[in-house]
Design a protein around this ligand. Sequence first.
Ligand code: URA
Length: 235
Amino acid sequence: MRLVRLIANLGYGSRKQVAAMFREGRITDPDGEVLYADDKVEHADVRIDDAPLDPPAGLALMLHKPLGHTCSTRDPGRIVYDLLPPRFRLRSPVLSTVGRLDRDTSGLLLMTDDGGLLHRIISPRAQLSKVYEADLAEPLRGDEAAIFASGTLMLESEKTPLAPAKLEALSPRRARLVLTEGRYHQVRRMFAAVGNHVEALHRSRIGGLSLDGLAEGAWRVLDAADLERLFGEQA
Ligand code: URA
């Protein structure tokens, strides 16, 4: 791919703006030698204002989503893209969230510009487990684990029952729930179906990947080992 297009696709500016950056000598190799728009150079050997380029297409990252941010590109309030470099919103291919977390849910959110990877993660066939911790308004009754594990629980306005889910009581009003699907507001609706209310919700793990100390609001690029872990060990 031509350098101008490659750099413009990473969100650094329009092709016209990137061409101007070349003319201004802001684009160099690692030794500071000025590059020209038709030079043939690897992505890793390009610097803009002495800084390495953002990761190339095929980007996957994990974000510790705080409460109050929506998984949207254009919500009037705070959005998860506000937590990333502004350029990331201008990338082509587009960087999207892998599924969604509600505004009032915190925790592990994956984002990628790789459509194949996205589908592999959300595909029902992958059966990737998602682990949530929920704080509840009412104490657990004791029958929720059996109801959630039954594979027969129907949520309002759904046509098929939920797949079996695993519930572990962490305290009378706190539970860990392991799901293998991702229906709209699923955790909140499951607890509503058993007469409870989720007061706080956090996702701690997807497949074999957990937040591992990543601070709230922080993000990091996933490498091959992370992806192996994601599809490897399950909760
Ligand atoms: N279930 C919910 O109810 N909300 C989320 O954000 C994720 C799962």
